[in-house]
Design a protein around this ligand. Structure first.
Ligand SMILES: Nc1ncnc2c1ncn2[C@@H]1O[C@H](COP(=O)(O)OP(=O)(O)OP(=O)(O)O)[C@@H](O)[C@H]1O
Length: 789
């Protein structure tokens, strides 16, 4: 039987409800009440179990339309003809079947060609011998360090195109290359090499006895690198320090980071001590430029804007404009034609301040950033070499693809089956890979990350002597040692990098963002990352995900989508769709880096969302459509074919019911599930206008979606904690369309609640977005569509 698509249990044993509750007489009233309640509780529990049992029994049976129609509740206020006995389960609560009333996919299955041979890598180091680090013009010390110590055999295509140019030019540059192609080294190597040259003896030294000028951390701040997130700042600082601390290298160069997440006082102290290269988030840098007197920017030669489009999306345009204005004002670089005493020793550096903009994608906003930060810039691209910016064909982003070796796929999964689908895909990944896989799963909002983290890290039924009850493994000895070494380095020596956060501050054992996932794999470690987590927890979770030797999964929002270089990620799962084509490219770009293989799969709802395949996925590669039945079959195991009873359907149903019971049993979990459901819907409304046709929240089936969060209540009965009713209307099968705007009104939108944006970036960006959104709302009288995830 069904209610607008929900199979409701009418087949519950009459005993469950008709068993008379005995009258309790005698004794104290408290004891009588206790005994009565115990009996009522047992009766209720039995009813739920019977209901679930019946559902499990009927899942594989096709429910005939005639039967369902007879009991289908009409929309609107009309009462159902037959009062569902499922009220015994709980008023407003329904146990619906997973396998009925699901919309069908409209596109055809391409087949499960996942094992097909991958294309040749497009972002790998060049294997044709056309270039070495030495032929690019780098000093033998650096070149040797790259090959011998860092085991980089050859430059990548973008490095070959850009490094020789950046070694000699005083021109601004826009560097564009696909994800994982080594853009960080592309801009860092020329900067470090040219600063290094300051301490090398001048070419005339042997004849006239001139020696190199002694350089120290006080010689000047030569380069500023701006990145949108703290994680990225930290990552760039680490790469920088590995370059500087090479044998016979430029040990006097001191890099440092100011990106928030620690006391401003300690950042000020670090700046006062003197730095030669500074990595920063824009907000924090502007703050120091305005308030830290000891920050001397008069000799800055390079300003790098890494992840340019993301900087713009986060609303940093104004901040960057102000930073560039201050740098211009405070600069003491000789003007054109001027020869100032004391500058001769800096002959190897650019004579003017050079700006560089890096991005894997190029949207209009990056061009806008180029307009405010670049002058007569070189456009450097991996394939075609450098050309002047401005050619129409070079500025479109249509040509930008995912790395060629990345195997892309999608699976069309109806809303009700999303949670079991995720379980199946994760299990399948562990079955497929014998070694320790690393998997990243992207969600649209932090509440959803939190809920799913709880689902997959819940303990086993009897976990007293199972793996899951054991403490988390300590980080590998190698990583522990390196962390210790890092902290010692940063603390002890003047010439060592000043990384602002140490992963060792929050040990994995007591980090709430790291847990075991015993249901997926006995030794799997589950991590979570989103902007609402404290910085130390985020840093430690990322460190654990990167260094653990156990199978490892990361549940995250788009905070991990850009720039992060997490080694050896095997698979990306886009459980929630990305918010733009660029987000898609950046998310899947966390795998298949520097020539490594990788795979990415995206969940798509049947219907309008399938339009995303032609509109976006096919423009970024050649995606195949995975067979959803195969996914379930492989993930849950068991026999079955389309004509016979499918064993995996029963297994998936059992699993889903277990989750629903688990959600029901604990109010905190239930609240989390409801919050996640509400936030998921709100996030869905923030897709960019151009994609609204495919991601139309009015077409969402709230009831089916609730099931995928383990919630049995009808949408109208779901009270989202802190956000009122998620539904706004009564009825089980309400779609968003019939619910007006209540889902939006329930709380902050995805883009405005800082969940995807870390640190001071978040605060600043969110403040701005709120301001803009507010003024837009005032103008339009409606919610605007900001999307800063
Ligand atoms: N020449 C090289 N040979 C081998 N590996 C390299 C080379 N250059 C860089 N790498 C490695 O490639 C990985 C990706 O580099 P990087 O993070 O700079 O990529 P990216 O182009 O900035 O990517 P994204 O656009 O995603 O930020 C890093 O692990 C880096 O160490």
């Amino acid at each position: 039987m069904a209610d607008d698509g929900m199979l409701v249990n009418f087949d519950i044993s009459p005993d469950a409800f008709t068993t008379a509750i005995p009258k309790f007489q005698g004794g104290r009233w408290k004891d009588r009440l206790k005994a009565k309640r115990a009996v009522e509780h047992r009766a209720k529990k039995r009813a739920i179990e019977t209901a679930e049992f019946n559902i499990a029994q009927t899942t594989s049976t096709t429910t005939s339309e005639t039967t369902t129609a007879a009991v289908k509740r009409k929309r609107g206020d009309e009462k159902p003809k037959q009062k569902p006995t499922s009220q015994a389960v709980k008023t407003g609560e329904f146990v619906s079947s997973l396998w009925t009333r699901n919309p069908e996919a409209t596109s055809a299955v391409t087949g499960d060609k996942e094992e097909e041979k991958a294309n040749e890598p497009s972002n790998a180091p060049l294997a044709d011998g056309s270039a070495t680090f030495t032929t690019l013009g780098l000093s033998p010390i650096l070149a040797n360090h790259l090959t011998a110590k860092l085991a980089l055999k050859a430059p990548t295509a973008i490095q070959r195109s850009a490094i020789p140019e950046l070694m000699s030019t005083d021109s601004d540059a826009f560097i564009q290359a696909e994800t994982g192609s080594g853009k960080t080294l592309t801009y860092l190597l020329p900067i470090v090499n040219r600063i290094m040259s300051l301490s090398a003896p001048p070419p005339s030294a042997s004849q006239d006895g001139e020696s190199a000028t002694k350089q120290t951390r006080h010689s000047g701040l030569y380069a500023i690198i701006l990145a949108p997130t703290r994680e990225l700042c930290r990552q760039i600082s680490t790469v920088l320090s590995t370059l500087i601390h090479c044998k016979n290298g430029p040990h006097w160069i001191v890099p440092g980071a100011v990106s928030g997440g620690e006391k401003k006082k300690s950042e000020k102290a670090r700046l006062r001590k003197g730095l030669n290269i500074l990595v920063a988030t824009p907000g924090r840098l502007l703050d120091h430029l305005q308030n830290t007197e000891s920050l001397d920017v008069s000799r800055v030669r390079w300003v790098v804007l890494d992840e340019g489009d993301r900087l713009m999306e986060l609303g940093f345009e104004e901040t960057i404009g102000s930073i560039l204005g201050i740098l211009e004002k405070k600069s003491k670089l000789p003007k054109k034609g001027e020869e100032l005493a004391g500058w001769k020793s800096e002959a190897g550096l650019p004579k003017r301040r050079v700006s560089m903009l890096c991005s894997a994608t190029m949207k209009t906003n990056v061009q806008r950033l180029g307009d405010i930060s670049l002058k007569e810039a070189l456009y450097i691209k991996a394939e075609k070499g450098e050309e002047e910016v401005g050619g129409a064909s070079k500025t479109g982003d249509e040509g930008f693809q995912a790395p060629a070796q990345l195997k892309q796929s999608y699976v069309v999964v109806p809303a009700k089956l999303r949670l079991v689908g995720l379980n199946a895909i994760l299990k399948r990944a562990f079955i497929r890979q014998t070694a320790s896989p690393k998997i990243i799963v992207f969600f649209s909002c932090s509440d959803s990350v939190d809920f799913h983290f709880q689902v997959f890290s819940r303990s086993l039924e009897d976990d007293s002597d199972t793996e899951s009850s054991k403490p988390l493994p300590k980080p590998t000895s190698k990583s522990t040692k390196s962390s210790e070494k890092d902290s010692k380095k940063a603390d002890s020596s003047e010439t060592k990098p000043d990384l602002s956060e140490k992963p060792t501050k929050q040990s994995p054992q007591n980090n709430p963002a790291i847990a075991k996932a015993p249901h997926l794999h006995p030794t799997a470690l589950l991590h979570k990352l989103h902007g609402s987590l404290p910085q130390q927890i985020r840093t430690s979770a990322l460190h654990s995900f990167t260094h653990t030797t156990s199978p490892s999964i990361l549940f995250c929002t788009d905070v991990a989508a850009r720039g992060l270089d997490l080694p050896n990620v095997d698979q990306i799962i886009q459980f929630d769709p990305p918010f733009s084509r660029d987000d898609h490219l950046h998310r899947i770009g966390r795998t298949a880096r520097a020539g490594r293989p990788g795979r990415a799969i995206m969940f798509i709802l049947p219907g309008a969302e399938e339009g995303y395949v032609d509109a976006v996925l096919k423009k970024c590669g050649t995606p195949i459509r995975a067979d959803v039945d195969e996914v379930f079959k492989k993930g849950f195991g068991g026999e079955g074919s389309n004509s016979k009873k499918r064993e995996w359907e029963d297994k998936a149903t059992e699993w889903q019911l277990e989750i629903e019971r688990w959600v029901l049993a604990d109010k905190a979990v239930m609240d989390q599930a409801k919050k996640a459901w509400g936030s998921h819907i709100r996030a869905y409304t923030t897709h960019v206008a151009a994609e609204k046709g495919m991601f139309n929240h009015k077409a969402l089936h709230y009831g089916h979606l609730a099931k995928s969060f383990g919630i049995r209540d009808a949408p109208g009965d779901i009270r989202v904690p802190g956000g009122g009713s998620g539904g706004g209307g009564k009825g089980r099968g309400k779609t968003a369309g019939s619910m007006g705007t209540s889902a939006k009104a329930g709380g902050t939108k995805r883009g405005l609640d800082a969940e995807n944006v870390p640190g001071d970036a978040s605060q600043e960006a969110v403040r701005k977005m709120r301001k803009i959104a507010f003024s837009m709302q005032m103008k339009k009288g409606m919610a605007s569509e900001f999307n800063i995830g």
